[in-house]
Unconditional design. Structure first.
Length: 256
């Protein structure tokens, strides 16, 4: 939850556009966001439930009440509070969230010059337990600033904060593609994976091999089971090459 909350507060959500005319600017991340929605909408009916949206972003439904700021953001997708999010609600929710978070991130622009210095940006990245340097800034705050300063010019502008969502949406898309294929191995229909269900991607005979056990444990199972949210959180922190290796193993299993 810590990682996701920090990510959301540093990189605001992307604007999804519906139809645009030839002379309108096309949002560069709209395609990635639409694909993300498609991966969450697993039955393809054009709508998803809030309980589907939360785990896609790494929040366990059972712990949704502790989601705090992130949960507040998620409710923007469901303005009529019916628990169902249509494709158009997803698009409109992203518009609201994009501006809300971009504006919030720029709220520490003390001198109102439209740019955030490291010190200004650090005001919005709480790290009470971190050890500070001579300027009162922690390592986590420095890393958050460097991540958001995409053009490496030493300041952060609103356009950089918004632009950072392309990477986030693309990463979430790739994560959910893997999750959907993993959950297809759920043989008993409880929407979780136990080691016996996971093992076949490493052994054609379904044996629990050392590699299978190591890979299973790397996804941080709870009580011996992997949930959608658990897998999402761990995959989001994986290096791209490690995710590619896991996806490759899944594809080998599908061929078997």
């Amino acid at each position: 939850m810590y990682r996701l909350t920090a990510l959301i507060l540093v990189t605001p959500a992307v604007l999804l556009t519906s139809e645009v005319s030839a002379d309108e600017e096309v949002d560069p991340v709209a395609d990635a966001a639409e694909k993300l929605f498609e991966t969450i909408d697993r039955d393809g009916d054009g709508s998803i439930l809030m309980l589907d949206l939360l785990p896609a972003f790494g929040i366990d439904a059972d712990n949704a009440a502790s989601g705090g700021r992130f949960l507040e953001i998620m409710t923007k997708f469901d303005p009529n509070s019916d628990g169902k999010i249509e494709a158009i609600e997803f698009r409109e929710g992203l518009k609201v969230i994009r501006e809300m978070l971009a504006g919030g991130a720029m709220s520490t622009d003390v001198n109102n010059d439209g740019k955030l210095t490291l010190k200004e940006h650090a005001l919005g990245v709480s790290d009470p337990m971190g050890e500070t340097n001579d300027e009162g800034i922690t390592q986590r705050q420095i890393e958050a600033f460097q991540s958001a300063d995409t053009n490496q010019d030493g300041v952060i502008e609103k356009s950089e904060i918004i632009g950072g969502m392309e990477t986030m949406m693309t990463n979430l898309f790739s994560v959910n593609v893997i999750i959907n294929r993993l959950l297809a191995l759920d043989s008993n229909g409880d929407r979780t994976l136990e080691i016996g269900e996971f093992a076949p991607i490493y052994s054609e005979d379904g044996d629990v091999t050392k590699d299978a056990k190591q890979a299973f444990d790397s996804l941080n199972p709870k009580d011996g089971k992997l949930t959608h949210a658990t897998i999402s959180r761990q995959l989001a922190q994986m290096e791209p090459e490690d995710k590619a290796k896991l996806l490759s193993r899944i594809e080998v299993h599908e061929v078997w």
